[in-house]
Design a protein around this ligand. Sequence first.
Ligand code: NAP
Length: 337
Amino acid sequence: MATPNRQVRLGARPVGLPTPDDWQHTTEDVPEPGAGEFLVRTEYVSLDPAMRGWMNDARSYIRPVRIGEIMRAAALGKVVASNHPGFAVGDHVTGTFGVQEYAVSDGRGVIRADPAVAPLPTYLGVLGLTGLTAWFGLLDVGRPEAGDTVVVSGAAGAVGGVVGQIAKHLGCRVVGIAGGAEKCRLVTEEFGFDACVDYRSGDLRAALREHTPDGVDVYFDNVGGEILDLVLTRLRLGARVVLCGAISQYNATERPTGPANYLSLLVNRASMTGMLVFDYADRYGEGMAALADLLATGAVTAREHVVEGTVDDFPEVLLKLFTGENTGKLLLRIADR
Ligand code: NAP
């Protein structure tokens, strides 16, 4: 009897937060790898805020997931059959394998994960696209110098937590913004930021003023919306705003209002630049090597938030990103079959 392959497909385009009706759960036979291909059994699925954007029928940096298509997702798995000379049975690999238990790959865009270098989940976190986003976004776009004040939103999250730790390593003064006292404790005590502002309580404007008395040289923006608007009021001359993400807007059902304080960019001859990690694909090896060194020396701590389950749990786990239930890189570990 053929082995079943459970899959989660996009069922409908969501309005606001995705609901169970927006998904289809299907079962197919596990496919046979053809010539030059290999079969991967999924062990961890990466949950990323960008997935919400991929569900919309809108022009973006990548085509939308089609209705009825397996949901696009990065994942880590083990090669269980191979007709590919570069990948052997037993190898661990990451790639865009989708929300399913098994995937066939021809090796394009696949990166090998070496459990001797780092625990496997870290290959979807600090050593995966989130860590690479932090690395290239901060260094290439933020261009921090020692002594700079760097503010990071989503500071207890996958990208933000790494951004702040790299900035500390470079000798910057680092202020995080996160939701809740417990997350702020993690950001300062475990990630080593100098300060963290809880945007869910109190006066964010006053807290930012208190913690950035000399203004902000680099703002790494993961959330957009009101928080971006407030940080714009703190920019210093020549500041760099890294537009990495805008999670506060991803489920909006109305048009977002633009940042009212954008003239601060003019006054301070500052820049606000969008960055996309995929643009650095030919430098991933360089970034991974640098991040592996930072992990090895303890300059950066990897934190993954692993939920145990099956691929069918994906829709529910995805929502944790939007309710702020995750700390660190959110992953779904697929139970052994
Ligand atoms: P994450 O930060 O690990 O998780 C999302 C976090 O966002 C939540 O834990 C929550 O933390 C916060 N959040 C949710 N709703 C919010 C709201 N309305 N206002 C403020 N904060 C809110 O996710 P991630 O994977 O590291 O991604 C962070 C950002 O980077 C996202 O915007 C993502 O799209 C972006 N990104 C961009 C690229 C690129 O190439 N440009 C690549 C990867 C990721 P709190 O509890 O602190 O609110």
